[in-house]
Design a protein around this ligand. Structure first.
Ligand SMILES: [Zn+2]
Length: 460
């Protein structure tokens, strides 16, 4: 019987979404917490993009040091050999996900005649060969917009991916178009026909991402293959978001009859769930909805007469699972009253005091000063007060944090080549995004009027 694994994509789908920003340090802490939770894999970034270089390398260091537990760190690329070649410069990345759209809509609407169904498969196959010949251990092929793809063509695409050496096929419900019934039927057909492990990647545009993920997982397991449910923390991702990690876990554990059909392939420690959810919400500068599954303020709150009376007699009257399972703090985790903090403009005395409260002392001024430098930089980098876990992480892994906080910008000549003309031929866009050095993004409506190479030139 196939098993269920979780692959979190917050550090890719979440951070690429409009208006959602996390620092490299916060994304690293997220990987650390995901490792503590015990899920199988984190799609931790974009290894072909220069701005990710130091973050990727520092996380690979930390992985080798055991800081991420058994978490597999995988990179995301478009399924074009050019992206893959750039990603392979990080020679310690063992896993790549290679993505290309497969629907008629995307073929005509994005590629606009530059690729047909056969050449699209060949492009994907070439990318898989480039990755495997380049030394990675395993590859997933992502069928973007799989849910709007003819099932016969999707099966042919997946068979070609398998033949090329891919270990999994990602079924992307890119627009959140599926329903639990329809995705079950299509995943069952795909998995039983091709025999590849399935990844479900469900978006929430119609509010069904979690239900669709659970239904798809049942279909994959019924067809005899493993399934990797793609999730994000708090459901954050493109537009209306992705399948929420905690909701999927709780649904499998507690929804009627599901636990009889699905078996976890990894051992999960949910005691980190509450901290993880709040950490990510804070990092995104968002407030968790009061009714967020498991971790919202009201998830275990009872007031109305009938409910409170029932709860006080027996919690099972109104709760499916206990708050203690999720590591919920039963006190305010932000102190009020007098407090000493440390950060960008702090000094040695304050730093020593803050760390002493955490049971950490420094041998001498020199070692304290080194940590102070990192704390100042990390605070400036995160642009918010550092948490005690982050302060501890800085002391435990100073060299890796130093690397994380350092972004090396290519010289202007190289920067001009970040988006190349041949990339444009593969993936033309309707409205170009022009990224400035400060990472702020502006839409340039008239970019279409320019030639591709002009359209992608950085602007000042
Ligand atoms: Zn997505």
């Amino acid at each position: 019987m196939g098993k269920v694994y979780f692959l979190d994509v917050t550090n890719r789908d979440g951070v690429q979404a409009a208006r959602l920003e996390m620092s490299k340090f916060q994304r690293t802490m997220l990987n650390h917490y995901l490792g503590q939770l015990g899920i199988a894999q984190s799609e931790f970034g974009f290894p072909f993009i220069w701005a990710e270089n130091n973050y990727i390398e520092a996380n690979l260091d930390l992985k080798e040091m055991g800081v991420m537990g058994d978490l597999v760190l995988s990179g995301w690329c478009r399924a074009v050999s050019g992206d893959v070649e750039k990603a392979l410069k990080h020679d310690r990345i063992r896993y790549l996900s290679l993505s290309i759209p497969t629907s008629d809509q995307m073929l005509s609407g994005k590629f606009r005649g530059r690729l047909d169904k056969d050449s699209l498969i060949q492009t994907m196959v070439d990318a898989v060969h480039t990755a495997l010949d380049g030394g990675v251990d395993a590859v997933t092929v992502n069928a973007e917009d799989a849910s709007r793809t003819d099932i016969g063509y999707l099966i042919r695409f997946a068979e070609a991916a398998k033949e090329a050496g891919a270990g999994r096929i990602r079924y992307c419900d890119t627009l959140g178009y599926e329903s639990p019934d329809s995705i079950y039927r299509r995943i069952y057909a795909l998995a039983s026909e091709v025999g590849l492990a399935i990844e479900t990647h469900c978006h929430n545009d119609l509010g069904m991402a979690v239900a669709n993920s659970i239904s798809a997982a049942q279909a994959a397991v019924a067809a005899g293959v493993d399934v990797y449910i793609n999730t994000t923390v708090n459901g954050m991702g493109e537009r209306a978001g992705n399948a929420d990690l905690l909701s999927c876990i709780l649904a499998i554990k507690f929804a009627r009859g599901i636990a009889d059909k699905l078996e976890f392939g990894q051992e999960l420690d949910l005691s980190v769930a509450w901290k993880l959810a709040h950490y990510v919400a804070d990092a995104f500068s968002l407030t968790l909805p009061i009714n967020q599954v498991g971790v919202g303020d009201n998830a275990f709150a009872h007031e109305s007469g009938i409910h409170a009376d029932g709860m006080l007699k027996d919690r099972h009257n109104y709760e499916l699972y206990d708050h203690g399972l999720l590591g919920r703090a039963q006190w305010s985790y932000k102190p009020t009253g007098r407090i000493i903090t440390t950060g960008e403009f702090g000094g040695l005395t304050g730093l020593r005091y803050v760390y002493e409260q955490m049971g950490i002392t420094f041998e001498n001024d020199e070692s304290a000063l080194q940590i102070l430098n990192l704390v100042q930089a990390a605070n400036a980098h995160n642009h918010m007060q550092l948490t005690s876990d982050e302060l501890r992480f800085i002391v435990d892994y100073p060299l890796q944090v130093h690397r994380l906080l350092t972004v090396t910008i290519p010289d202007p000549q190289e920067l001009n080549g970040v988006r190349r003309e041949e990339d444009m031929l593969q993936c033309p866009v309707d409205v170009a995004k022009v990224v400035t050095v400060g990472e702020s993004v502006s839409l340039v409506e008239d970019a279409l009027k320019k030639t591709p190479s002009q359209a992608w030139s950085p602007v000042s």
